[in-house]
Ligand binder design. Structure first.
Ligand code: FES
Length: 110
């Protein structure tokens, strides 16, 4: 398990991520997407598990789901569960907003 910290405080982390704007973030060797919806932060694989389109170009709907730009498959941002389409679930990573900033945990092997 590897931990990464973004920002120096709660507010600093919030300021780094304008609401519903998907950002590409490199953590170690891994490139992931991060998006904030209210005070919920979601971290996920930057490539769609269907055909590998970049989810950085995806969009966020009102149900905390990300929609792939290529075939519009939808994934739950919290669990990664596929909501529409036919492929495996999206890999998501645990986030927590703390007084020290946003903490993201990548599983070992990532
Ligand atoms: S590549 Fe994402 S839905 Fe097909």
């Amino acid at each position: 398990m590897k931990k990464f910290q973004l920002g120096q405080s709660k507010q600093g982390a919030i300021d780094l991520f304008p609401e519903k704007v998907i950002k590409r973030v490199k953590l170690g060797n891994k490139e992931i997407g991060i998006v904030r919806v209210g005070d919920h932060f979601f971290a996920f694989d930057s490539l769609c598990p269907h055909r590998g389109a970049s989810l950085i170009q995806g969009s966020i709907n009102g149900y905390e789901e990300i929609i792939c730009p290529l075939h519009q498959y939808r994934f739950d941002l919290k669990t990664g569960a596929l909501q529409s389409g036919s492929c495996s679930d999206l890999e998501v990573y645990q986030t927590s907003l703390t007084d020290e900033g946003l903490i993201i945990q990548l599983n070992s092997g990532n």
